[in-house]
Ligand binder design. Structure first.
Ligand SMILES: [Zn+2]
Length: 106
């Protein structure tokens, strides 16, 4: 269990130090679109989904940081909502999880 947490901690630390790992699939010509006042509908759509991605990324990073500080305090791995222990399976798949599957917003 301790070794497992250590491994997750390393994963999280990696994500924190290089957020690019989180968004490597979402590289686009962001600044090009921003400069174009007359952006057409397609570009606007792209722009909007890019903003959403950026927000998601910030959110994920926030979770990563929260998970790291929870590890320091020894409160890592507990659901923020129901305070139950988050199953290790879930933490393996998604180390920055802050809720159990039952409490996932749908
Ligand atoms: Zn829960």
């Amino acid at each position: 269990m301790i070794a497992e947490k250590k491994r997750l901690e390393e994963n999280l630390a990696g994500l924190e130090s290089s957020p690019k790992k989180l968004d490597r699939e979402y590289q686009t010509a962001f600044s090009e679109i921003e400069r174009d006042e007359e952006a057409n509908a397609d570009e606007m759509e792209m722009y909007e989904s890019n903003v959403a991605t950026d927000e998601t990324l910030k959110n994920e990073l926030k979770k990563v940081k929260a998970a790291l500080s929870a590890m320091e305090k020894g409160t890592y791995g507990f659901c923020e909502n129901c305070q139950k222990e988050i199953p290790l399976e879930r933490l393996r798949a998604y180390p920055q999880a802050d809720t159990c599957l039952d409490c996932l917003p749908r």
